[in-house]
Design a binder for this molecule. Sequence first.
Ligand SMILES: Nc1nc(=O)c2c([nH]1)NC[C@@H]1CN(c3ccc(C(=O)N[C@@H](CCC(=O)O)C(=O)O)cc3)CN21
Ligand SMILES: CC(C)C(=O)C(=O)O
Ligand SMILES: [Mg+2]
Length: 279
Amino acid sequence: MKTITELKRMKTEGSKIVMMTAYDYPTAAFAEKSDVDLLLVGDSLGMVVLGYPSTVYVTSEDMIHHGKAVRRGARDTFLVVDLPFGTFRGSQDRILTEAIRVFQETGADALKVEGADEVLDTIQLLTSTGIPVVAHLGLLPQSASVIGGYKVQGKTADAARKLLDDAKLCEQAGACMIVVECIPHQLTAQLAAAVSIPVIGIGAGAEADGQVLVFHDLVKYGDHRLPKFAESFSDAGAVIQDGIRSYTNAVRTGTFPGKQHHFTMKEEELMNLYGGGSQ
Ligand SMILES: Nc1nc(=O)c2c([nH]1)NC[C@@H]1CN(c3ccc(C(=O)N[C@@H](CCC(=O)O)C(=O)O)cc3)CN21
Ligand SMILES: CC(C)C(=O)C(=O)O
Ligand SMILES: [Mg+2]
């Protein structure tokens, strides 16, 4: 497993860090086999797996349920789990109780929280408790209703300056990594240079220290529209559709099940059955 120290060295050496989301056991196992550096159990699971219209309906129970499955599939990959909407605000007691529960029950290596400002205290609190924290800046899906949708962030000099300040403050608060979402690529370059912790981008250009993509986007699994920044590297949706169509066809035309799928009763038992069985 890549440790934080190794991920930091990758940043310095300029070797790109590969991260993807996973929400279940087989996907996690595939990712580990494919030598993915970091796995994220994103709260995006609410949208791509559970069918909610946004991530705000996701609960800690959801994150724990999927986090445990991913951990079982990838025991040797650095695992980040999102803290869902509303769980890292409020009293320190409440935040700690929630975070400790998710951290312990999933066996995650780090937890991710969206935002800076008031969230900086959370980053500090969790880090000082012994929970590594990944910060998340730029487009914050949990605040989409406030921002007015999924829009590119940091496009003006003022907004960019604020994001640069936030990134430094997240590092100072103890964050071990930063995910930046939907920001101009030039700003990503500046951000990555401004902090010594890895900056992982999504919709943030090639200048980030690494990239993260949602699993369902990168293999095209589902009927959702791909965000503009996403790329699908295979067409799992089409393969799955084909498979299901072939299955329905085979059942209806009688080609499945075939002889090779049959279980067979011994001839002698069959005779007993026809003959009325034991007398
Ligand atoms: N399938 C999926 N992929 C993701 O990357 C993802 C989710 N879901 N759900 C949670 C968040 C939300 N994300 C999103 C979703 C959509 C856009 C999007 O549609 N953006 C516009 C650009 C907006 C602009 O130009 O200002 C686009 O056209 O892609 C961006 C981020 C990223 N995350
Ligand atoms: C888009 C990534 C960074 C995320 O937070 C998620 O998948 O929930
Ligand atoms: Mg998320």
